[in-house]
Design a binder for this molecule. Sequence first.
Ligand code: ASP
Length: 335
Amino acid sequence: MKKKICLIYTGGTIGMVKSDKGYVPSGSAFLQLLQSLPEFSNPDFPEYETIVFSPLLDSSDIAVDEWNKLGRTIASRYNACDGFVVLHGTDTMAYSASALSFMLENLDKPVVFTGSQIPLYELRSDGRDNLISAILLAASDQIHEVCIYFGGQLVRGNRATKLSSDGMHAFDSPNYPPLVKAGISFKFQLMNDLPAPTGPFRLQPFEFMPLGVIKVFPGIQFELFESIMIERLRGVVLESFGAGNIPSATTALLPILKKAHENGTIVVVRSQCPEGKVNLGTYAASSALKEIGAVDGGDMTTEAALAKLYYLLSKGFEPAKIKELMERNIRGERS
Ligand code: ASP
């Protein structure tokens, strides 16, 4: 029997047209264009239904409310469809794919995000292969997770990061091999390392949370961040140097982090290097972080760490439980 795919169009370059203010998303004209592609009437093409979001958005405007809307849309069509393709702008696609990977608990169907660097309307668009391949992959029996198909490869959503603002190979998954490489045929390289589902599919909506991402740089004055870190934020992703190092880790930052920790703020240490992992305690410059209760972010991307904080805080867990789960692999997001 033919697989049925739910194609959800949220906006992004793939369906954009030129306006006098620059590219803007278009709705019905884009759907007509899709349906005029010869692949859509090929007998081997899966059955599909389309859902068009309103308003259509540039993905820089996508955050918690839109993730919840996307999650609810997928949940409402979960039993009726075999797989899902989400057309989404590239700018925040890795954040949305990470968010959905946590939000969709016990997912056992493919959810494939894609988009393009050049609108489908234009001659050299990369949208056509991205779209058709994403639909075919969403019809696969082998995929049970949220992924991104872009530029000839399928990568795990919560391992992905946007690599290029203008290259066709726009996404990479620096700490995890691609799930599928697309050549003449799809070459699956799945590692079957996802934690097993623990129950039926369920949607965990996110709550809006005051979170922060702080990138450490030479000369950073940590005192300037003191009040927001201690009083305002419920979670901070600290992008550190190398394997988790912070300048003068034993002076300005530590008392702030200690108070933040005592106040229940979760501080996750990530590396600024896209490849490799944090290992708190390897250098003296990072062991103090470990002692005051910072979370070792391992090889998670910033996108995944942030999405995971939203998820765990939205579940209402206590800080100790959040810390424990942040350091554990729950959706394939860390090694
Ligand atoms: N600004 C666009 C967006 O993220 C870029 C893209 O789609 O590639 O929505």
